[in-house]
Design a protein around this ligand. Structure first.
Ligand code: 87F
Length: 498
């Protein structure tokens, strides 16, 4: 008891260590991890956060990948203004209606009122599409495929959470127009696949690709696809979305073209986005009671090299070995850094780099120096191994690959363990109470989804459909809907969602 108390005091002095446990108080744990891990600094405007280099580095690595992939698809980057005039924003009344309370407005410059208030973009459909209308004349102007990397503002009122729900966030938004629905349909899935790869290949997070219900889709569009993450405790998070807008916006903004035969047609449009929410999801899935756990593919520092000098040892020799190790790794394209600060103990440095989630730590002490080896410690499972400096690069690469794979495997296992297949309402209620994510046969009727929401209302938040997986398990003839008893049309995931 006394020992435990002492430990806590030490933690306070150094500012290291977390005071909340992931399993005990998830919300507080999350806020503490993103701050102590140096990803986020809180700001004096509620719902706004500073992205420090440690998180911005992750964003940039994903951006390099995604930007190159969409360029292969002949999508071009552009930049439209941050401001939207009220007349344009409100042109599409239906689509904006539900969102209107979240739109932020500029009403003043200095002390004087603006003649007409100007909105700040919450998304850019209405900003861009008047110009799509202007630029698209004939079939030769199609397809028009644009993307922009930018910030958007949505004045959320429910509890803000760094990365997951903030009033300003960074994203890419793709907006494309085609002559045919087939082309649009194809692109929706191509982009969805890129989102899957960001999660699975970079963030080591398994996702479910699926289609949203009529209730949960983007109201301005034709259909919405998404990648859904199960972050445990029966909660789903929408990871990214790719919409087919159909011809709704084309009608509104008169985006017409003339085909080869001189006939008038309306374009088919898509819009799609992923945001800095990806980073928050990564923290939630992989983080532990020691802090962040970064997958090697997105870590701006993949390996940190820490000298472990002893009083009577060859300190300079150890420091030189650290510098040489970083150099060797860097030359091989591995993101490595040494921590040669002389005002912190090795143990203190270990805790700090663990808090920041660096995938691999290399320690070099007198014994390692004498044996021409280094000690490697994995962040994900704490396992230690000594490797010879002769084949450092090979072995470190293997270790990093293994860490990346282990993180994905562990996340998959956790996810699979928290999914429950149900057939009846009673099973559904039980599974929900056990904080499971649920896969159930559904009749796909809006009224029934409303009813499910109504019947599950409570302090935990109502259940809703997350998505119907594109890869459908077999649905035997005669299977009935878990909620209505009518014939089931598809398998759908349900849960409580962010
Ligand atoms: C908030 C205020 C105003 C979401 C909003 O998902 C408007 C909106 O239109 C709004 N919140 N949305 C839907 C965004 C749809 C779509 N936009 C392009 C995307 C992907 C990127």
């Amino acid at each position: 008891m006394a020992g435990g108390k002492k430990k806590k005091e030490v933690k306070k002095e150094t500012g290291l260590g977390l005071s909340f446990k992931k399993d005990e108080n998830f919300g507080e744990w999350y806020s503490e991890v993103v701050v102590h891990g140096e990803m986020i600094e809180y700001y004096d405007i509620s719902g706004c956060y500073i992205l420090r280099p440690w998180s911005m580095g992750i964003w940039e690595i994903m951006q390099v990948f995604f930007d190159a992939e969409i360029k292969k698809m002949k999508i071009k980057n552009c930049y439209f203004p941050l401001f939207v005039s009220s007349s344009v924003l409100e042109k599409e009344k239906d689509h904006i209606e539900g969102f209107a309370p979240e739109v932020a407005w500029v009403t003043k410059s200095g002390k004087s009122d603006l003649e007409i208030p100007i909105a700040i973009r919450p998304t850019s459909e209405t900003v861009m599409y008047p110009y799509f209308s202007k630029w698209i004349r004939g079939h030769r102007d199609l397809p028009l495929k644009l993307n922009q990397w930018c910030n958007v503002v949505r004045w959320e009122f429910s509890n803000p959470t760094p990365f997951i729900r903030s009033r300003e966030f960074l994203w890419q938004e793709g907006h494309t127009a085609f002559a045919t629905k087939e082309e649009a349909d194809e692109e929706v899935l191509q982009v969805l696949e890129l989102y899957r790869r960001i999660y699975e290949e970079f963030l080591a997070i398994p996702v479910i690709k699926g289609k949203k219900s009529e209730m949960e889709k983007f109201a301005g569009g034709l259909y919405t696809t998404s990648v859904e993450v199960n972050k445990g405790h029966g909660r789903g998070v929408q990871g990214a979305t790719s919409h087919c807008l159909g011809q709704n916006f084309a009608k509104m903004f008169e985006i017409n073209f003339e085909n080869e035969k001189g006939e008038k047609g309306m374009v088919w449009q898509n819009s799609w986005a992923y945001s800095t929410r990806t980073i928050g999801v990564m923290v939630m899935v992989h983080g532990d009671d020691k802090g962040l756990v970064l997958p090697p593919k997105v870590a701006s520092v993949q390996v940190v090299v820490v000298p472990v000098p002893y009083k009577d040892a060859d300190t300079q020799g150890i420091l030189d070995a650290c510098t040489a190790t970083v150099e060797t790794l860097s030359e091989a394209g591995i993101r490595a850094e040494s921590d040669l600060r002389d005002n912190y103990s090795p143990g203190w440095k270990y805790s700090q780099w663990e808090m920041k989630g660096v995938p691999l730590r290399i320690e070099i002490g007198p014994k390692d120096l004498a044996n021409n080896q280094v000690r490697c410690v994995r962040r994900d499972n704490g396992s230690k191994s000594d490797i010879k400096r002769d084949n450092l690069v090979e072995q470190v690469k293997t270790l990093l690959d293994n860490i990346q794979q282990s993180l994905l495997d562990a996340a998959k296992q956790k996810r699979d363990a928290s999914v429950q297949v149900v057939k009846t309402w009673d099973e559904f209620k039980d599974a929900l109470a056990q904080k499971k994510m649920i896969l159930a046969p559904w009749c796909d009727e809006e009224e029934v989804e409303k009813d499910v929401k109504e019947r599950t209302r409570g302090e935990m938040g109502a259940a809703k459909s997350l998505c119907s997986p594109l890869e459908q398990p077999e649905l035997p003839e005669g299977t009935i809907c878990f909620a209505s008893g009518k014939p089931a049309k598809k398998w759908t995931y349900w849960g409580r969602s962010y």
